[in-house]
Structures are given as structure tokens and as C-alpha cells.
Design a protein around this ligand. Structure first.
Ligand code: G4P
Length: 536
């Protein structure tokens, strides 16, 4: 635990501590190299002394458990939601966005807790579906994005073509900060666009050590590399001349993205990325409460819960809530208020369960992520705060579900476990849980953004809650928010529509398809329906 005087000093410098934080997530499609990059970033920060802990598909159980193993082995500070490491004077918080296998809606919600994102692309594939979905969330929230084009050590697409794709498909202006010298697969190095220097490609075998940074001035590069150097300079200039000149304000405004090229598995380009994050990525800024007023960084402690997870410790089926600190200093053991329920929440449980493993959770500052154990009372979107004034941050968005299925317990004798599991999965956002009086409590409807969420939900119902479920898929494809509860009967009266109420109280009007929606609107022009946050 911190001593009294260090805690006082920490309070005094909360704005300075926040200024050192860089809190970001990597958005990518599975296989683009996120785990490899994560490890390489941590390696460059010299937190881990040997590589190999993260990548290696065989026997891998996902980044989450990899990180926990890394923590145990090396004593670095990791929650399953965030990896924290120091780099120079900066403190980097890298939040995990689980990929394919762990997919759930809260993958997207993680992005409400970051100040910037790294969009990781595979040089051979460019923009892929999961990247696009995650990018949409970044756009929606105005999150600045740095683009890292990975796997340049092997054959892929042309650099200019990949940059054009950013402009054409997602309207994001690329601003190259490095440019590859030599085609993908025959990488010689990169042009550092801002200094004009050539950074030589020096693959580090198996990513075992931090890559050296060998640089040549332009004249020496022209001599050493020849035509490929000239071509790289020309291409980079071409892109810069077509509105791609680096401009930090456009990056901060999320209308343009700095682009870097590299090969995470060879530790190439990773140092540059880290330097850039520290130099350019936004630090935590005051967050606005529901009343619209910003909570200053040095106000008393406040945080919001962006993810909850169960079963971290198989011995106690326990819920852990991950919260991002927005203001003030968190000290383990403090009793805070849950602004949503008004109830006190004692953080001493984090102390008991994690013990010395999580020593850095003794104190946390704006931008940091805290993992709160035994947090069964907390929900995604909840605000925690200490002292006055109270604050409540806006809830997190729920995404428009596009898949619906009625869940029924296979074993009717297990109604209690069934109910508990359904509540839990709904609270975690694994699926949205919808109900109506017409269908009754025993037949909740699971709603999902992607069908894979059903698999995760069914698996967890069976293995974690001992209540296997049968899912009966419903044919609804179009969903709107019903603004006026008194119009419920109108929608329920249709043959191809119904209203279901979500756990957060929102009434969702479900329609078989867009045609059914249009017919309903034509028949009832006064019907007040609103779009939900679209997700893909
Ligand atoms: P993910 O977390 O985004 O799913 O990707 P991951 O890091 O697991 O990387 C997916 C595959 O891509 C891995 O190969 C990894 O080694 C490889 N990879 C990552 N970065 C680079 C790079 O810069 N260049 C090249 N050539 N490959 C890269 P794998 O065969 O699936 O696993 P492994 O046996 O190599 O670990």
C-alpha cells in the first residue's frame, strides 16, 4: 500500500499523472497480428524480457489468459482488460478488445474507455469486416485512430492501394508517417517521412529482443538502396501532395489517420508506433456527466464501468467489473458510491482477492483501468465516485441487435439456474435480454449483434450455470426503439412485428424486415420509432 505522504503527493499531481497516460486499444480483424503487436509493444517498453508468451497459436486460450500468464510469470500489471506499462515518462494502458472467439457486445464498449485506437491491418488484406465494425464505433465516438499496416515482411498489396482503401471505404484521410522501402515481401526499411531518414529493416529473430533503430540520411539511403528508395520517396510525396500532409489537429479530430508500416512479428515499426502514441495520442481529458458538465481531472475519484466478466476465478464464480478512472485518485480499499443505485461499493475486495499480484492497483489515475472483484452489484455503464460533487456519466450505447432467439431451459427443473444465468449474461452484455408479458418470464429472447454471441451464451448457460438452453431463432431482422410505451399495442397488433423490453427498460420494436416496418409506418403515421445505434 502507498504511504500517507505518497498518496498526498499523488493527489496533488493528479493532472500531471493523467498527462502521462496514453490509454488506447488495438482494433483489428482476427489474425491481423494483434497479440503479436501487443507483445512487441510491451517488449519495446522493456517490460517483458523475452518474447513468445503472447503469440503461438497452439494451445492459446486467447489474449486474456495469455496476459494473465504473462502477469504471473513476470509480475507486470495486467488485468484481463488492460495491460499497463511504463515507457519513458509515459504510462501506457493498452485495453483488450477480444477478437472473434470471445466476441460479445462489450468488445465494442471497451472503445468507450479509450482515448485513441490503433487500427491494425494485414498488408495482404487491408480493411476486413471486424476492423470495419470496430472502426465504426471509433468514428461514432470521435476516437483518433493511428493505422499500423502489419506483415510488411511478406508479400501483400501495394502501399498506395492500401492507403486509397482508407479514403474510399471509410473516408479517413491517410497521413503517412513512414513509407515502406521495397515491396511487401522484400522490405528494405521505411522512410521516416518527418525526418526524411531511412530506417533500415533489421528483423529481430523471433522477436526475441527489441529491434535496433538503424538510420541513414537521405543521401546515404539513395546510395545504399537505389531505385527502391527513390520510388518510396516519390510515393510518399504523392500521397502527401494529395491532402496527406501530417497534421496533428486532423488526427485529433479523427478525420485523418497517421499511417505506419511494419512487421510486428519482426519487431519492425513497433518502436515508431510506441513513440508516436506517446508523442501524439491524446491524454485523458475531463469526461462530461449526464448533466453536460465536465468532471475536472482533479475532482474527487470517479470512474465508469465498461465491462463486467464472470468466472475469472473458477473457485468462486465471481463477477469482476472493469472501470476506467475519469477523475481523481483511486486507492484500493476506498468506499465509493455507485451513482446509479446510490449504494456504497467497497473496493477492499480487490485487495483481498488479488493480493500482491495487483500491486499497481493500490493507486490509479485518470486513464487507468481498475478491476473490481466481487462486483456483482455493478453493471456496464455504472458510475462510481467518491465525495462531492456527485457525478453520473452517460450510460454506454447498446448496439442494434440483428439476430433474435427465444431461450428455453432444456431442464425445467433448473429454472433458478436458468434465471440466474440469463440475468448474468444480460448484465455482461454477452447478449441483450428481451422480455414481454406476452412471452412470459420463462421465455426470454436473446438478441445479438452477431450470431456468434448465441454460441457463447449457450455455452456459458450450459457449462457455467448448469442450465443448457434450446434456442429457437426468430425471423426478425429490423429493429427500432419504441419512443412511446402507449403505442406498444399498435406494434404488437401487427402480424409481422412485436415489442420486447430490454433489461435497461428500452422498448424495442421488432419487424420481420424493412418492408414490414414500412407497412406499419404507412398504416400508423403517428408511430414514434427511432433508430438504435447501428453497428455494422
Ligand atoms: P491476432 O491476435 O490478431 O489474431 O493475430 P496474431 O498475433 O495471433 O497473429 C496471427 C498470425 O500472424 C500469427 O501466425 C503471427 O505470427 C502472424 N503475424 C503477426 N505479425 C506478423 C508480421 O508482422 N509478419 C508476419 N509474416 N506474420 C505476422 P500464426 O502462424 O497463426 O501463428 P504463429 O505460429 O506464427 O504464432
Amino acid at each position: 500500500m502507498s504511504t500517507g505522504s505518497t498518496v498526498q503527493a499523488a493527489h496533488a499531481d493528479v493532472v500531471g499523472e493523467a498527462g502521462r497516460r496514453r490509454t488506447f486499444a488495438v482494433i483489428s480483424h482476427p489474425d491481423a497480428g494483434k497479440s503479436t503487436l501487443t507483445e512487441a509493444l510491451a517488449l519495446h517498453a522493456r517490460v517483458i524480457s523475452e518474447a513468445g508468451a503472447v503469440h503461438g497459436k497452439a494451445g492459446r486460450r486467447g489474449v486474456t489468459s495469455d496476459w494473465m500468464e504473462m502477469e504471473r510469470a513476470r509480475g507486470i500489471s495486467i488485468t484481463s482488460a488492460a495491460l499497463q506499462f511504463g515507457y519513458g515518462d509515459a504510462v501506457v494502458n493498452l485495453l483488450d478488445t477480444p477478437g472473434h472467439a470471445d466476441f460479445s457486445e462489450d468488445t465494442y464498449r471497451v472503445l468507450s474507455a479509450v482515448d485513441s485506437a490503433v487500427m491494425l491491418l494485414d498488408a495482404a488484406k487491408g480493411l476486413e469486416p471486424q476492423t470495419l465494425k470496430l472502426f465504426d464505433v471509433c468514428r461514432h465516438r470521435g476516437i483518433p485512430v493511428i493505422t499500423f499496416i502489419n506483415k510488411w515482411d511478406r508479400p501483400g498489396r501495394e502501399a498506395l492501394e492500401l492507403c486509397d482503401e482508407l479514403t474510399e471505404r471509410i473516408g479517413l484521410q491517410p497521413m503517412p508517417l513512414t513509407w515502406p522501402v521495397g515491396q511487401a515481401g522484400h522490405l528494405r526499411g521505411v522512410l521516416d517521412v518527418r525526418t526524411g531518414q531511412f530506417v533500415e529493416y533489421q528483423p529481430t529473430a523471433g522477436g526475441a529482443t527489441a529491434a535496433p533503430d538503424v538510420r541513414l540520411d537521405p543521401a546515404a539511403a539513395a546510395e545504399a538502396v537505389g531505385a527502391e528508395w527513390a520510388r518510396a520517396c516519390e510515393e510518399a510525396e504523392l500521397l502527401q501532395a494529395s491532402d496527406g500532409e501530417f497534421d496533428v489537429d486532423r488526427f485529433a479530430a479523427a478525420s485523418a489517420t497517421p499511417v505506419l508500416f511494419g512487421a510486428a512479428v519482426r519487431n519492425f515499426g513497433v518502436r515508431h508506433l510506441l513513440d508516436l502514441l506517446v508523442e501524439l495520442a491524446p491524454q485523458p481529458t475531463p469526461r462530461a456527466g449526464v448533466d453536460g458538465a465536465d468532471r475536472p481531472l482533479d475532482a474527487p475519484f470517479s470512474a465508469f464501468v465498461f465491462k463486467v466478466q464472470t468466472g475469472m476465478d473458477p473457485a468462486h464464480r465471481d463477477q469482476i467489473a472493469f472501470a476506467r478512472v475519469c477523475s481523481g485518485v483511486f486507492e484500493r480499499g476506498m468506499v465509493v458510491t455507485n451513482a446509479v443505485s446510490g449504494k456504497p461499493f467497497a473496493t477492499k475486495y480487490a485487495h483481498q482477492v488479488f493480493g500482491q499480484q495487483r500491486s499497481t492497483l493500490d493507486t490509479a489515475f485518470p486513464g487507468d483501468v481498475i478491476g473490481l472483484v466481487n462486483a456483482n452489484a455493478l453493471r456496464v455503464g455504472d458510475t462510481l465516485h467518491d465525495g462531492k460533487p456527485a457525478v453520473r456519466f452517460p450510460g454506454l450505447p447498446s448496439f442494434a441487435p440483428a439476430h433474435f432467439a427465444v431461450a428455453r431451459p432444456v431442464d425445467l427443473g433448473r429454472a433458478k439456474q436458468f434465471r440466474k444465468g440469463v440475468e448474468q449474461l444480460g448484465a455482461e452484455g454477452v447478449v441483450q435480454v428481451l422480455r414481454s408479458d406476452l412471452r412470459g418470464d420463462a421465455a426470454p429472447v436473446f438478441a445479438a449483434v452477431g450470431p456468434m454471441q448465441f454460441e457463447v451464451a449457450a455455452h456459458r448457460m450450459e457449462h457455467e450455470f448448469n442450465s443448457p438452453v434450446r434456442l429457437e431463432h426468430l425471423a426478425y431482422r429490423t429493429v427500432r426503439l419504441l419512443a412511446r410505451p402507449d403505442q406498444r399495442t399498435t406494434v404488437d397488433g401487427g402480424t409481422r412485428s412485436e415489442v420486447l423490453t430490454r433489461l435497461d427498460g428500452a422498448d424495442l420494436a421488432l419487424f420481420l424486415d424493412d418492408m414490414a416496418l414500412r407497412l406499419m409506418q404507412r398504416a400508423h403515421p403517428d408511430l414514434e420509432l427511432r433508430p438504435l445505434l447501428a453497428e455494422g
